[in-house]
Design a protein around this ligand. Structure first.
Ligand code: BGC
Length: 758
């Protein structure tokens, strides 16, 4: 049954953008009579909230109610609270803060993006034999802004003064006579049951205590994460300590935020990641309410006692999605790389898929678009992705255009970039292939069709550079609009490429994606039984392909991406593929096996090389330790994937101005499952599979497992005295083909051992 929530405003002070926004403490006492059978609390907020029942949190979820496009929809959570209640007086309460709703949001720290008044809504159902008593948020709920949480945000700052703690505020019997009454509030969007995966506290890390050359005390937790620092401290009331979270030390070993946005404390691009805490008397432990940072290091300022590791731990916070993949091989560096990709996924899967957990922390569509296949091998993304996809679909503009950040930030322009907005169909297709379910695809189809129409329309127009080119094929070339292009090839510059994306968008990239998407639409139309649409999109794809070939082929370039893209996307004719792949291979060899691609083809290059007979080059690129390359990062001590290879510059060792926690360049690692381990779906949902491992490089063994919806699939190969020995695990009822490196094919393969010479 649909829940009818009643919202209450819970602040007295008017919100002022540059003033500290104190957290709000809200409470309501009620009586539980004899014979309570069940009790459920449903709660949500315009803002972010921590719920309590008699001082205890009903479950460990963080950052409730989660991030949706609040202009349209807001999730509520339901908790079973019977265990937390007792006969007599009880109290339900919450701390409410800014959250995504009103806090500073990336890329430009926009404040109050969705509203400037915090509200709470709750329904408490107390079930007795004789019926259900319902308590809802109304003017009998009391609130105060004079609590210890002086300022709060998810990203920039949390400020807490423990001397102002309201002893017992969330327990029965507290005197709230000095608190104000909440006032009737309102919310126009849909209030929906929680759809996402719960955001939970996960792994914890103990630090090493460093004393830097500059005399700073810095904690090194050894792993870059999204999360917070929890600490125990002893000192005198009124003493202020400051914690600053960052992901790097500079060349000299000092704490720095320069690779992100520097240590400016305010303004459009302030990074923040700052916790200010004022001690009460004695020993106390603090865990931030809402501040989540991207960090490995924490600089402590003004600590009142000797800093000992046992008093600190970092806590990773991210959406709980079941892990489905595992990979290990004989090269520990590759194993570390694999972990780094997984950690970048964890850090950027905090309710929505983000680009990075600190600088922008925005739902950039392009990043997840390229990462989705890897994401799906690593973990079951269904809940997480389908919630986000709904906001994506709802964000569509009347023109059919799609914002490139989801949930969209009101007032932030920019939309419909090729490779970014195509996520509207590429992601649902990926979900369909991995899980064999059509729900997300069916849900996104109409929006994707409208976006196709939008693209068809803008392709009809010519960019000013091509104003006088008017031949028939031109209308299938996409050269208008903003397109980020290949984005961040080695040495790339975010700012200049951002500028170029507006003035001189790369029509080769845009047209290739236009084609790829038309093809995916044609495929989706078959799956969803829309034969007419299928015909239409297939025809469109044919025309775009012809135009692409006319304008952008044959390829004459020294950029790897220009070869990878047509090969990956099926833009080359059969007789051209060999030459194109050879040119790519030659280019990679000339480049000493260093990666040369950007966001949009780094995730494709290993597949393309391997599928075209150059597995050896793929392995050498993967194992290359020189800049730029994946293992270059590992050698430099990376524990997550960097936005760009020069986050630590090769010659000087200086830090670049780049995030160190962007999963996009790690998206190539689906290859470890699909090619190195060789586990691939032949039919959606892995109901039929192919296991075709490819050995190579320095590896003497590799083991990949994938927990598919059809059961657990395993591929474990090793080389022994010139023999390739493969052990496979195939779930019951799954039709499997095993293909060995010497070309031997076993149809209807079973769990067991397969060998060949190598
Ligand atoms: C983000 C990216 C994003 C891009 C758009 C960057 O600043 O961090 O990951 O996709 O902008 O090109």
């Amino acid at each position: 049954m649909e829940k009818k929530f009643q919202f209450v405003w819970c602040e007295q002070k008017t919100y002022a953008p540059k003033q500290p926004a104190s957290g709000v403490y809200v409470r309501r006492e009620f009586t539980v009579s004899d014979g309570l059978k069940a009790a459920r609390l449903h709660m949500t907020a315009l803002g972010v909230y921590v719920p309590y029942v008699n001082g205890r949190q009903p479950d460990g979820q963080r950052l409730l109610p989660g991030f949706t496009d609040y202009r349209k929809r807001l999730q509520y959570q339901s908790f079973d609270v019977a265990e937390l209640l007792a006969q007599g007086t009880n109290v339900v309460s919450a701390v409410v803060g800014n959250g995504w709703y009103r806090g500073q949001l990336a890329p430009f720290n926009k404040r109050a993006a969705y509203g400037d008044k915090l509200a709470l809504a709750a329904i408490l159902e107390l079930e007795y034999d004789g019926g259900t008593e319902i308590i809802v948020t109304d003017t009998s709920w009391k609130a105060t802004q004079n609590g210890p949480l002086l300022d709060n945000g998810l990203k920039v700052l949390e400020q807490y003064d423990a001397t102002l703690e309201l002893e017992g505020w969330n327990l029965p019997g507290f005197d709230d006579s000095g608190w104000f009454a909440c006032t009737p509030g309102s919310y126009d969007g849909a209030v929906i049951p929680s759809e996402g995966a719960p955001i939970m506290e996960q792994e914890t890390f103990e630090p090493a205590v460093l004393h830097t050359p500059d005399g700073e005390t810095v904690l090194d937790f050894g792993q870059n994460i999204a999360g917070h620092v929890e600490f125990t401290v002893t000192g005198q009331a009124g003493h202020e300590v400051r914690l600053r979270m960052g992901e790097a030390l500079d060349q000299k070993g000092n704490f720095t935020l320069k690779n992100l946005r520097g240590d400016k404390d305010d303004g459009l691009i302030a990074l923040g990641q700052k916790l200010v805490y004022v001690l009460k008397e004695g020993t106390q432990t603090y865990r931030p309410h809402f501040l989540i940072s991207g960090f490995q290091y924490c600089k402590l300022e003004n600590w009142p006692e000797e800093v000992v590791a046992e008093n600190f731990r970092s806590v990773a916070v991210y959406s709980q999605i079941p892990e489905t993949g595992s990979f290990r091989c004989s090269d520990p560096m590759i194993n570390r790389l694999y972990e780094n990709v997984r950690w970048s996924q964890k850090s950027n899967f905090v309710d929505i898929p983000t680009d990075c957990p600190h600088r922008e922390r925005a739902g950039w569509t392009g990043d997840i678009n390229v990462f989705i296949e890897t994401a799906n091998y690593l973990a079951d993304t269904r809940k997480f992705i389908s919630k986000w996809m709904k906001d994506f679909i709802l964000s569509q503009k009347p023109s059919g255009g799609l914002p490139y950040i989801i949930p969209p930030l009101p007032g932030l322009g920019g939309e419909s970039s090729a490779g970014w907005s195509d996520a509207i169909i590429n992601i649902p297709m990926n979900e369909y292939w991995f899980y064999g379910e059509t729900e997300t695809l069916a849900l996104a189809y109409d929006a994707a069709a409208k976006f196709m129409a939008f693209n068809i329309d803008r392709a009809q127009r010519n960019h000013w550079r091509n104003l006088f080119k008017r031949d028939a094929d031109r209308k299938y070339v996409l050269d208008t609009g903003q397109h980020f292009g290949e984005w961040l090839e080695p040495k790339g510059n975010n700012f200049l490429e951002g500028l170029k994306s507006v003035i001189l968008p790369d029509s080769e990239v845009a047209t290739a994606w236009f084609y790829y998407m038309a093809n995916q639409m044609a495929e989706a139309a078959i799956i969803l039984d829309k034969p007419l649409d299928h015909q239409r999109y297939a025809e469109l794809a044919k025309n775009i392909r012809a135009a692409y070939r006319k304008y952008f082929m044959p390829v004459k370039s020294d950029r790897q991406c220009k070869y990878v893209r047509p090969l990956y996307m099926g833009l080359a004719e059969a007789e051209e593929i060999t030459a194109l792949a050879k040119s790519l291979n030659d280019l990679c060899i000339r480049n000493e096996y260093k990666i040369g691609t950007g966001f949009l083809s780094t995730y494709q290059i290993l597949q393309v090389l391997t599928d075209n007979g150059y597995a050896d080059t793929a392995y050498r690129m993967l194992e290359n330790r020189q800049y730029p390359g994946w293992l270059y990062e590992v050698e430099k001590g990376a524990t997550t994937i960097w936005e760009s290879w020069d986050a630590i510059k090769p010659d000087s060792g200086e830090l670049g101005v780049k995030s160190m926690n962007h999963y996009a360049p790690g998206a190539a690692l689906s290859w470890l499952f699909s090619h190195c381990g060789g586990i691939r779906p032949v039919k959606p949902g892995f109901r039929e599979i192919m296991i075709a491992p490819v050995s190579g490089g320095s590896l003497s063994w590799a083991k990949a497992t994938y927990q598919s919806v059809a059961g657990k699939i395993g591929s474990f190969w090793r080389l022994e005295n010139g023999t390739f020995i493969l052990e496979v695990e195939i779930p019951e009822g799954v039709a499997a083909t095993v293909k060995l490196p010497d070309g031997t094919v076993y149809e209807k393969a079973q769990t067991g051992v397969y060998t060949c010479g190598i």
